[in-house]
Design a protein around this ligand. Structure first.
Ligand code: AMP
Length: 218
């Protein structure tokens, strides 16, 4: 199983797609955003350091993220392949990650770029609600992604929340950060010959089908 890196703007659907691929193939799932939110919820020193940055829509420093990743990819659930959902997000992260893989004798795998218009991603941002416990992602207005009971997680029964950075103003800042710092990775990975593009559809199942096709052809 090849490791997967998702390259997508905020609310591009990488979290939902990751959940679906994990349940089909059993990948380890590494969401750097979730790892950071766990630190904030646990009230750790690191959580306190990153809380304000995340609320403002800016990126956390490369050093912090690289330490989290170096530790996380050695866990047993990543032995047979993992999905990177939200990493790398800068050229420095991508280069350091290449070095890390080389030192571990591992392959990069495939990079899946999810194409979505800014307006569609914004609409998702303002209607997204998530489970703080099991991390499942819902959408208040989508018939296929609504919880069965309003504001309650179908899987674990926890009360759903709206993420602090899912507001229009913060979305715009996050999108700008993405265009400036993350989008250069498109060329970086394209020149390595590992980049595949899929479209983000209104239905998550259509997006999922495109992703499965890419994985089965590579
Ligand atoms: P996400 O859940 O992937 O949308 O990430 C939420 C927020 O966490 C981002 O807006 C950043 O503030 C921070 N974050 C997550 N992953 C990274 C990363 N690889 N580099 C820097 N900041 C990150």
């Amino acid at each position: 199983m090849k490791n997967i890196i998702f390259l997508a703007p905020p609310n591009g659907g990488k979290g939902t797609l990751s959940e679906m691929l994990v349940s089909k193939y059993g990948y380890g799932h590494i969401s750097t955003g979730d790892l950071l939110r766990d630190e904030i919820n646990a009230g750790t020193k690191l959580g306190k350091e990153v809380e304000g940055i995340m609320k403002s829509g800016k990126l956390v420093t490369d050093d912090i993220i690289l330490k989290l990743i170096a530790n996380r990819i050695t866990k047993p659930d990543c032995e047979n392949g993992y999905i990177l959902d939200g990493f790398p997000r800068t050229k420095v992260q991508a280069e350091k990650y290449d070095e890390l893989l080389e030192s571990m004798g591992r392959d990069l795998g495939v990079v899946i770029y999810i194409k979505i218009e800014k307006e569609a991603a914004l609409q998702r941002s303002i209607s997204r609600i998530t489970c703080p416990k099991c991390k499942r992602i819902y959408n208040k207005v989508s018939s296929e992604m609504k919880p069965k009971v309003e504001w309650i997680c179908d899987d674990c029964g926890s009360e759903l929340i709206q993420r602090a950075d899912d507001q229009e103003e913060t979305f715009i800042k996050r999108f700008d950060e993405y265009m400036e710092k993350t989008m250069p990775l498109f060329d970086y990975y394209q020149s390595k010959g590992v980049l595949k593009t899929i479209n983000s559809h209104t239905s998550k199942y259509d997006t999922f089908d495109e992703a499965v096709k890419v994985l089965e052809e590579n």
